[in-house]
Design a protein around this ligand. Structure first.
Ligand SMILES: Cc1cc2nc3c(=O)[nH]c(=O)nc-3n(C[C@H](O)[C@H](O)[C@H](O)COP(=O)(O)OP(=O)(O)OC[C@H]3O[C@@H](n4cnc5c(N)ncnc54)[C@H](O)[C@@H]3O)c2cc1C
Length: 457
């Protein structure tokens, strides 16, 4: 329970206009895009590192749980304040501090929206590769804390590959900085990697220096349909196995494509058992050669139709449906659980088969959507959480899917994180000694467990 003294001390830092404990406000900060909810006792909107440090000093003195929050779009329950306490919302720390293209970095506050950074970089001929489907509304702080990915991470890598340096406020309120503005920096432990994916459990990020990269000269996109899902999945491992590294290879199955067409009416290939969206980028000549080679592989795998888009408007049209997927699937039933497992690419055909057979076995409505080129599967199931019998089947199905992925040398998350959704399943992919090591790190930096308790460890 937030004491009167603690509340007064917190208000003294932010003022009354950036502190709220009104129920109607707190409700807005009690959930994310996962299915759990928990009410915090107060929400604060800091505007500077100094304020964050002062807030944490108060929280530390009174042992108040602190949960950082960006846009609240997490799909694993990561920003939910399960132990109550305070939510620190970063939407007012949203400045792009510097863009430096010769040195290839951008310095941002954690509340900057990913898409805003992309729009600021574009006129300079640069971009920030991590492109989560939520890029137009999720924050860079949230992207870093969950180590977000997206379609083009197949070629370019995930968020951790782009964090050069960080300013972090520790649980005690102490401010630390590590890394630098240099692309090459091997001075000491790579602490930015430790904080990427730490889900706000180790420290609060107040500034980030990100590596940015030049935009490619051109890009080409293929939309390819198959009448067997097996051939769709096999094409993915054959393309990657051939040595070509496209920017993205996305897979949508029949259930997903029909849901998209019903919502968007774009004349999408609803008859196809599987559809691939494949993009390559680089100089025009190399794109053309890669597309030729990819087309040969697709034909060998009995592709039914191959549509090529070279103009930006046509490419955007093909991508628009894919980017809308999560919101559209949410309309199939009252609730949707979209999960996130990754397997080595050679196991994509097996994993796609296994997901479909599990969903079929439990007679549930769902399918698979995947950043298939890097083996990152998003199996989704649409159901009604109030139907206890049906929901028990959903949970059993996902447990089987996680177990099957682990058995294929896969892992529990490729980009969404662990949060509340999957902490209980960590033993499937981490042995006891490794999990204990996570706890050792957590205890060393946050001995009173005030930072986002209940997640990861
Ligand atoms: C429609 C839709 C599509 C999506 N597509 C993708 C996708 O393609 N790829 C992908 O990876 N994810 C995707 N997501 C999930 C989500 O958008 C990402 O995980 C995103 O990175 C979360 O950012 P956020 O600002 O909403 O963070 P939040 O949800 O607010 O917080 C996420 C985590 O970050 C921590 N955090 C936030 N700010 C800080 C900070 N300053 N310091 C320390 N910790 C902090 C929080 O405590 C929490 O643990 C999608 C979600 C939706 C709703």
């Amino acid at each position: 329970m937030l004491s009167k003294t603690a509340k007064e001390q917190l208000i003294a830092i932010t003022g009354k206009d950036r502190f709220s404990d009104a129920v109607e406000i707190l409700t807005c900060y009690s959930y994310d895009s996962f299915l759990e909810e928990a009410m915090p006792e107060a929400v604060l909107f800091p505007v500077s590192t100094k304020e964050v440090s002062e807030i944490l000093q108060v929280a530390s003195a009174h042992k108040i749980p602190v949960t950082a929050r960006g846009a609240g779009t997490s799909v694993c329950g990561a920003p939910i304040a399960v132990n109550q306490g305070i939510v620190l919302c970063f939407t007012k720390m949203d400045k792009i501090i510097e863009i430096n293209t010769p040195d290839r970095y951008a310095i941002v506050q954690p509340g900057v929206i990913n898409g805003e950074l992309q729009r600021a970089l574009a006129p300079e001929g640069f971009f920030f590769p991590p492109d989560p489907g939520s890029m137009n509304f999720s924050t860079i702080g949230g992207n870093v804390a969950l180590n977000a990915g997206g379609p083009r991470c197949l070629k370019y890598g995930v968020t951790v590959d782009y964090v050069l340096s960080m300013e972090v406020v520790l649980a005690s309120g102490e401010v630390i900085r590590f890394g630098s503005r240099n692309i090459k920096d091997v001075t000491g432990y790579k602490l930015s990697a430790l904080f990427c994916g730490s889900e706000g459990t180790l420290g609060i990020i107040t500034e980030l220096t990100l590596r940015v990269v030049p935009c490619p000269e051109t890009a080409q996109t293929l939309m390819v349909t198959f009448d067997e899902l097996d051939n769709t999945a096999k094409s993915v491992s054959d393309i990657i196995g051939s040595g070509i590294l496209p920017v993205a290879i996305e897979l949508v199955d029949k259930v997903g494509m029909n849901a998209l067409e019903n919502a968007l009416h774009q004349d999408l290939p609803t008859e196809a058992a599987g559809t691939l969206l494949i993009e390559v980028d680089g100089i025009k000549e190399s794109c053309e050669r890669e597309i030729e080679k990819i087309t040969d592989i697709l034909k060998k795998n009995h592709a039914v139709s191959i549509i090529k888009a070279t103009e930006e408007a046509d490419r955007n049209r093909l991508w628009a449906a894919r980017r809308a997927a999560y919101g559209v699937f949410a309309k199939i039933a009252p609730d949707i659980l979209s999960e996130d497992v990754t397997v080595p690419v050679s196991k994509v055909p097996e994993m796609v088969r296994s997901i479909n057979s599990t969903i079929g076995k439990y007679k549930l409505k769902g399918g698979v959507l995947a950043h298939a080129g890097d083996g990152n599967m998003h199996p989704f199931i649409c159901a009604d959480r109030n139907d206890k019998e049906e929901w028990a089947k959903v949970e059993a199905a996902f447990k089987e899917i996680f177990t099957d992925a682990a058995a294929l040398h896969g892992t529990l998350s490729g980009e969404h994180g662990i949060g509340l959704a999957k902490t209980q399943f960590l033993p499937l992919v981490m042995d006891e000694a490794s999990r204990k090591f996570l706890t050792t790190i957590k205890r060393a930096v946050d001995p009173d467990n005030i930072l986002n308790p209940g997640k990861l460890v």
